[in-house]
Design a protein. Sequence first.
Lengths: 292, 159, 754
Amino acid sequence: MRAFSYERPTSVADAVALLAEHGPDARVLAGGTDLVIRLRDGSASPTVVVDVKRIPELDPAIREVDGWLVIGATTVMTEIAADVRVRRRFTALAEAAAVVGSVQIRNRATLAGNLCNASPAADTAPALLTYAAQVVAAGPDGGRRIPIDELFVRSGVTTLRRGELVTSIELPLASPPVGSAHVRRTRRRGHDLASVTLACAVDASGVTRLAYGSVGPRPLLVVDDTGVLANPAAAESERAAILEHMFAEASPSPRSMRAGPDYRLAMLRVLGWRALATAIARLRDGRLAAGE
Amino acid sequence: MIQLVPIEVTVNGRARTIEVAAHHTLLDVLRDDLELTGTKECCLVGECGACTVRLDGQIVDSCLVLAVEADGGEVTTVEGLADASGALNPLQQAFLDYGAAQCGFCIPGQLMAADDLLRRTPNPTVAEIQEGLAGNLCRCAGYEQITEAVQAVAGGRDR
Amino acid sequence: MSALVGSSPNRVGGIGRVTGSQAYVADIRVADVLEAKLVTLDCAHARIISIDADAARRVPGCRLVMTAADLPQPVPRFGPQFRDRPVIAVDEVKYHGEPVAIVVADSNDAAEQAAALVRVEHEVLPAVVTVAAALDAEAPLVQDPAIRPDDPRSSSNVLREHRVGWGDVDASAADLVVEHTYTFPMVTQFAIEPHAFMAAPDGDGIRVWSSIQHPNWLQRILAEVLRLPLSKVRVIAPDPGGGFGGKQHAKLEPLVAFAALRLGRPVRLVLSLEQTFQAVRRAAAEVRVRTGFRRDGTIEFQDVAADYLIGAYADIADRVVGKGSYPACGPYNVPAARIVARSILSHTTPSTAFRGFGYPQVNWAVESNLDEGARALGIDRLEIRLRNLAHKGDAFIPFDTPADGEWDQSVRKAAELIGWDTPTPAGHGRGIAVGIKSGPTTGLSHSTVRLLADGSVVVFAGTSDMGQGARTVFAQIAAQELGAPLDWVTVVMGDTAVVPYDQQTSASRSTVLMGNSVLFACRSIQAQLRAMAARLHGLDESEVTVDRGMVRIPDRELSVIEVLKPGLGRLGGELIGNGEARKEAEPGHPLGGAPAFFEFNCTAIEAAVDEETGDVTIVRHVTVSDVGRSINPLQVRMQDEGAAIMGLGHTLMEHYIYDDAGRIRNLGAIDYRIPTSMDLPLEIVSETIENADGPGPYGAKGMSEGALLCTAPAVAAAVRDACGAVIRDLPLSPERVWRAIQERATNGGREAER
């Protein structure tokens, strides 16, 4: 690994100042489960690594503030998957967090890091898209709230500006309750990167929000507000047509090692149906959390 | 220019003050600087778990933790499982009794993961054991015996 | 005293493994050691134009940058079969990852930094990485024809062709002929311990540490390459952290040794996992099988053409091809056979030994083809196997070792355990497969056993204990024969200066060959005890027997100590026994000798397939091996299950992925998938058949490879039985199973039931 200098700011302001000063020569270190791999293989070669885990303002405890469930920048997957509020209200996110790597990885990997790494296969992204989450960032020109579907550009690239640091990811508590589910395709049952990752949320008014990743440069959100998808009694051909239309923008890379494009597209449909069925069942039964 | 950072870390109950290179991982420092070679190096990408240690109450892949991040923290490695007199802890004894170690290279990591699992879930099902240890690859594939050893400790059974 | 053989005492050497004190090569601290890193190119085949190490040498702490030009000229070449591999790349890089230079420095950081600054001017050349490409008339030659001047094949990439046969295949009158081609991918051993090497000048000789399975063989290679007498080359071989064949033969030890001698200091090289993947693998294979059947399912002939894709240097790969393909017809009585197996060179990682040694590749094909015949004839797939299975004593391979086990017992047991005759649950399918692997064809294992004055025992045995538990087995034998408690037995291994010669640890040979050697050494000590007792009690030696730690004279029984103490008398001392187990070569035999035993396995699988996704769930995995006698039943079960699960790896998920330029794309653990604890069969059952009919101690045979031979055909058969998907190319990844299901649909519906 190439040498770099290590900074450990104790305030958001100091962290932002460092990031603004060094721009692309600085990398944020939260969980390290993506960054340290890149440091080792040389795909990231910063001169400064900014460790944000000792900033008291970045509280890792998940808390409710003004109608939002706030997940801090240093909150790890293990906490997210175990949190009762996430499991009940935002089931797909809990399910996604629970399958990121192994226990060892989940004890370090942060949600913020997963998003900022911007892999098209990030497992938490589809869930956050279906919940219309917001990413809160602090920057040299002040703070801003970024709707999650305005965050991803393509693999490794987000809309974050120079000097900006994600401080939290927030989920709207005021939204109508949904039944939701996360599913994915991997090459084995053991931990793996997904070749398709998908989340689906259905609310009582019949709106279906479906998001998927790893079938294009960025995770995509599609919404059906006709109520047809959410209605299991509707004609299958009608529902199938809507689902087809939802997957129209999927463009899996032909060069991927993990799965071929035709398999991915087929699995998108299979997973879409399965997640939809689970989401509907969970909404109907009030069994909102997996295993409840 | 290699930045050297002084850190204070408690390793297996012993407070250490050491200088580490900023870009060295906790795995590097444990093995090379502290000469605790029980923790193993294999994939270096957080997939195999051979480098598993306990850091501040959680198991982590030490190959993905920079040593500097452990400043002020507490680390337990496989060398810290036996007691001061060298008596094996119940998991270690069970691994022996149930034949869980073949070539042995994955075993330090498996022990750390199993130890963590039993703290969180004292009576795990087979599925919970398999999930809890899924981050520890064993190519000898002694998974059945490892699972039996963990079950034995959880159930308090003797062989 | 209670019998130790046949019980499962705790693993000798186990404590070190559970405390972390076990020292693998990378854990060994040697004073003044320097760290080495390799320089490699990111291409499969290139001509080296020039190497500029000036910037590298200026890195503070950099002590040496060594290339081919810095070695004795011509650069020494070595290899277990041919002296074809140069100590370091000479003029050309022939596979992705072949070292071009070695950098030695004070620290890993300095070595890494310096290695990154070595400039290798090179011209990328076309690479052949598939059988078709290698055989193409226009293909570049992997090896310089000048290396094999008398070989008519030297102008091709075919290294060797092996032909085995009997009867007249072409004159056979078969009612049904089934012909298909099957492929087996390139896979890698992926021991959790990456390869590690260390060398240090040792007086006027050298000491070399390596995770090597064959210490004496390495010693020989080093002595030759370094031009030193054997007595000046000391190989220290700590227990490997997994070997599986990948650590059998010399790889980078000669290079590290040269560096250490140049510098006059210890040099250490620890490979990364990615570099280990580039260093060792199994041969891939394309196998065309043509099987002739009579209407009643008996096999008339087998016509097998197996093309094995080996790497850029032969290593032991050609032996793998010859030996692995030799029993390609399987454990059956086959009236006529023609087996043609070729080793085909390519610009890839040199393939080497890997559990199964060339046989899993052909068995995948031959057993799958047998199922095809059974289906076409409407014969039950278990029944067709029992009908053709060789019986004990059958010369099923003419002029070779006859069938040496009651193999049908294993098959019936496996069938019973899988519930073959019970209805298959809906959505499930079943498969069954058998296989044999030839044991060692020649062998030599020396051992020395010392019975010390207090009755404790030291065993010197050069086997490599890489997890199979050899140390424990030898301790059990010695403890039982000499009446010592197991924890009074010390086993010394892994040091050529101290431990007598052992040919190798491979071919599942060690319990049989080294085990016998230890047994013979103990018998020698027993004979000395007999003489001692006779002398002490004024008896004739014929009146004394020594059996398992008890000395029987006409009127009573004495313990070993009761004879030893007075027998050794005032001077004290010890009794020393040497044992030699030898299997001589048979010059006329195509393999150099008939196998000492066959490893026989029957695997039966019940699987469920998610037809929408292609996911395969192994519901029940049964493996039954014919082992003669389990000296340590727990260790036998662990090896059997371990082989079964390793077999699931190449069956369901493992393969190297290459790009168009011949570079490996999935180096490392993220994209090369092996089974985790969550990928196990829902239930795995391992049983043994023990008829004490092996040539080893107490009737033991070797084992540990069997369960891996049959996994793929049994699983594929179960998948086909479950959903009709026909797959002839491994691995059965979810995507491939899904694709086969789609193809099944377009081919007109599900296949007939079994």
